[in-house]
Design a protein around this ligand. Structure first.
Ligand code: AOF
Ligand code: ZN
Length: 369
């Protein structure tokens, strides 16, 4: 197997673990023997351990001596009472070449993994498919570097950017294949965030309903300043299966309702306000502290606008159907303030896909700060 093919396979393995292995990055690993035959593969396990390299090295079907480890992230250099570092595992296996795209941003490993491997006379090649590898673990990098998860916005609109008719009819704008794809997007995120209006209006479940992928259903965050959430809502009924966090305003909240919700098992996170709006970054910092790397925002239009306004949407997944709703339909993004176009947030198109007559576009924020 050629090294670039091996790295592409390792990247696919890494993608598979997204949404399941937080707080850890999702890593893929391919082991080749000295003749470049594939003898092992693995990806980071649920909740982060065992690491990809350990999984791959524990299930070898050949001899790794003199072989190559192709890993989508610098192997870890830290160990604890339960685990050897992946660097040690690689050295002990007698591997002589390690191929990685990027360094690990975690201080315990950053550069040290490479240094230790080289000290053991293992050749390390760095840089192949680095953009792809970074994109897979953008959320982990964001959490480590910016102390907040990656935040992606998912919207399904008409050709003219509307998410519902004037009467609020929105089921369904996009077709079945696009909607199924939306469920796979849920599976690859750690958290789904929605505003309280969406909960009240749609009573959504927000789980991943692809057969076999139910375990990938993310934790829910509801932005609910005044604790208006109905106690009978689907999200609260399914609370035992899928945890719910509510972001609400500090102090003046209804403490009877708050205590009821806490008793039910909801986690309440109180945020400060500025200009009468919750400081959403505080909530995202709290999610980072809890180890979440990837957040998917599924509306509504006001919460999406607030996040964009505060430079807190990093990526947009835009599903569009070939229907026009017209000027009295509901816009996908609520009011957000910018004085002139040069100050508006700008995204760049990174990918497009046709999904049975609908289109999915992936946009990335330019100049993230
Ligand atoms: C690897 N392979 O598959 C992953 C790595 O809490 P621990 O001990 O599991 O360590 C977590 C750190 O390990 C994490 O912050 C990141 O630096 C690295 N993740 N490393 O060699 C893997 N997931
Ligand atoms: Zn490791």
């Amino acid at each position: 197997m050629q090294l670039n093919v091996a790295m592409r396979s390792a990247l696919s393995l890494a993608k598979k673990g997204l949404g399941l292995c937080y707080p850890n990055p999702s890593v893929g690993c391919i082991i080749l023997d000295k003749n470049n035959n594939l003898i092992g593969l693995g990806n980071t396990s649920k909740t982060g351990r065992p690491h990809a390299e350990e999984v791959a090295l524990n299930n070898l079907v050949g001899n790794p001596k003199g072989g190559t480890a192709v890993v989508t992230l610098e192997p870890c250099a830290h160990k604890n009472s339960k685990n050897l570092s992946c660097v040690e595992l690689i050295i002990n296996a007698g591997i002589s070449h390690v191929v990685i795209p990027i360094l690990d941003p975690d201080k315990r490993t950053h550069g040290k993994g490479v240094e230790l491997l080289e000290k053991s006379a293992i050749k390390v090649s760095i840089g192949i498919y680095k953009e792809e590898a970074f994109n897979i673990n953008y959320g982990f990098y964001s959490r480590i570097k910016y102390n907040r998860p990656l935040v992606c916005l998912k919207v399904a609109t008409s050709l003219d950017g509307k998410i519902a008719t004037k009467k609020g009819e929105s089921k369904w704008i996009t077709g079945e294949v696009a909607r199924l794809h939306g469920h796979s997007l849920r599976a690859s995120h750690d958290v789904i965030l929605v505003g309280i209006n969406t909960v009240i209006k749609d009573n959504p479940k927000l789980d991943c309903r692809i057969k076999g992928l139910e375990k990938y259903s993310p934790v829910k965050v509801i932005v609910d300043s005044n604790l208006k959430i109905p106690l009978s809502s689907n999200l609260l009924i399914n609370l035992k299966k899928y945890p719910v966090i509510i972001w609400t305003k500090k102090n003046k909240i209804n403490s009877i309702k708050k205590n009821k919700l806490i008793k039910m098992g909801v986690s309440i996170v109180e945020l400060n306000k500025t200009n009468k709006k919750l400081i959403l970054l505080e909530g995202l910092n709290d999610l980072a502290k809890k180890g979440f790397n990837r957040v998917l925002v599924e509306g509504g239009s006001n919460i999406s606008a607030s996040l964009i306004d505060n430079n807190l949407i990093d990526k947009v997944y835009l599903y569009r159907n070939g229907i026009f709703i017209g000027a009295d339909g509901l816009s996908s993004i609520g009011k957000y303030k910018f004085r002139n176009l040069s100050l508006a947030k700008r995204f760049q198109l990174r990918d497009t896909r046709i999904l049975d007559g609908d289109v999915l576009e992936e946009w990335k924020l330019i100049n993230r700060s």
